[in-house]
Ligand binder design. Structure first.
Ligand code: SF4
Length: 427
């Protein structure tokens, strides 16, 4: 093996992969079998994240950064004058096994630029996963990117070896995609997603009847959207998310702030800030949709097409709906408790359990873990003090903000005004 050349490739292809944030390994339950290598279930996968939330426990690389497409937002685009490289299938297999044995990684996240065509590229991604599973008996986590436009047959095969599959939507709106990646078509993303969704359902049903039926993509599928490259509103982003969650049973949608990488009049200029705060607010909104029972139209609509930068989306909703508060924590149903700013899922579950035995007061709520610096303005409990008295939402917002310190406060001033951001690669 030419270690120098492999090192060089690794440097280029790991660097090119860093823009893809959709590498969470949650949700898989692949057991170690036949004395194989690795185990993606339970303790077998250690999630490790960098300070900005990106996962680092997987070997995260591109198979190649050659690409026949020219998506304006992508560092791998064919018109970009960068060093190019391509791994051979066996090289990725060897790297994965070597890194795994050295405890550097827990699994593999493999994406690629598109070389020749979608099927040709997809075949090679599958070949890596197949070799790892069948020749190296590797039971660690494998996340493969699906290449838009790959055939149904290849998508079916990919899910037999990968824990998770994902195809990146990239640009949240069709008009944005047309502007920045005119060679691409939204249908090419949807087709593989549809296929994966159907295969997951079919394999699950067959497994109920026949034990020997293999597990298909046990960690499901995910996608990623670039935020801020095409001037879209937060409403457009989250409506797209809600549609994809519902239509394709996605496990996760990842939001990746555009990192300005090219001098292109269609994009934010180089040097513009990466919209980390906006990314964070979108994740919070995503959470509210998936776990807190909110409908996207409650949080974002014609009157409120963008999230507020200085407060989280739940507080923002509550301040616009003060007529629904205060609620009595000793009587309210779970749906309303989940809507109280400062009460998270854990706290709400604890409240529901605890109030079976006693009426809860401020002290009880504090020990349960409720963030009373926000919650106290929206609830009443077994106490005579009620904090919202005759205050307008603007007054409440000001009080709450003056009593809180945001880790994002330094970036608040300049972020949302920007033509927000980021790039991904992903084929
Ligand atoms: S986004 Fe994918 S298809 Fe487009 S240039 Fe980048 S790697 Fe190629």
């Amino acid at each position: 093996m030419d270690f120098k050349r492999i090192n060089e490739k690794l440097e280029i292809l790991a660097d090119a992969a860093k823009y893809d944030v959709s590498c969470s390994s949650s949700g898989s339950n692949r057991k170690n079998t036949n004395k194989g290598l690795g185990n993606s279930s339970g303790m077998g996968i250690c999630h490790s994240y960098t300070e900005d939330g990106r996962c680092v426990s997987l070997l995260k690389i591109l198979l190649t950064n050659h690409c026949i497409f020219d998506c304006a937002y992508c560092v791998t685009r064919k018109s970009n004058d960068i060093k190019r490289a391509a791994f051979k299938v066996q090289e990725v297999v060897d790297l994965t096994i070597n890194f795994y044995r050295r405890n550097y990684i827990e699994g593999l996240f493999l994406s690629s630029g598109i070389f020749k065509n979608a099927d040709y590229t997809m075949e090679r991604l599958i070949a890596v996963a197949k070799k790892l599973r069948q020749e190296e008996y590797f039971n660690g986590y494998i996340h493969l990117k699906s290449i838009p436009g790959a055939s149904d047959e290849l998508m079916r095969e990919a899910g037999l070896y990968a824990d998770r599959l994902s195809v990146n939507i990239e640009i949240p709106t069709e008009k944005g995609l047309k502007l920045l990646a005119p060679e691409k078509n939204r249908k090419d993303f949807i087709k593989p997603m549809e296929k994966v969704k159907n295969e997951i359902i079919q394999y699950k049903n067959e497994k109920k009847l026949l034990k020997k039926v293999p597990i298909y993509a046990p960690a499901g599928q995910s996608t990623q959207m670039i935020v801020g490259a095409s001037g879209e509103t937060d409403a457009e982003i989250m409506y797209t998310s809600a549609y994809f969650y519902k239509s394709f049973n996605l496990k996760r949608v990842y939001y990746s702030g555009y990192v300005p990488i090219s001098n292109d009049s269609r994009l934010p200029t180089i040097g513009s800030a990466v919209p980390i705060l906006r990314e964070n607010r979108l994740y919070q909104t995503d959470w509210l949709l998936r776990f807190y029972g909110f409908d996207v139209r409650e949080l974002l609509n014609k009157e409120h097409p963008n999230l507020e930068s200085d407060i989280d989306p739940k507080l923002s909703w509550a301040l616009r709906n003060l007529d629904q508060f205060p609620i009595d924590v000793n009587k309210a149903d779970m749906r309303m408790l989940l809507r109280v700013p400062g009460l998270g899922l854990k706290s709400v579950n604890k409240i529901i359990k605890a109030r079976r035995y006693r009426k809860l007061n401020w002290e009880n709520l504090k020990s349960i873990g409720a963030s009373l610096n926000r919650a106290k303005y929206f609830i009443v409990c077994d106490s005579s003090t009620f904090e919202t008295k005759d205050r307008t939402s603007a007054q409440l917002k000001s009080i709450i903000l003056s009593n809180s310190s945001s880790k994002f406060s330094a970036t608040l001033s300049n972020q949302l005004s920007l033509f927000d951001n980021q790039n991904t690669l992903s084929a």
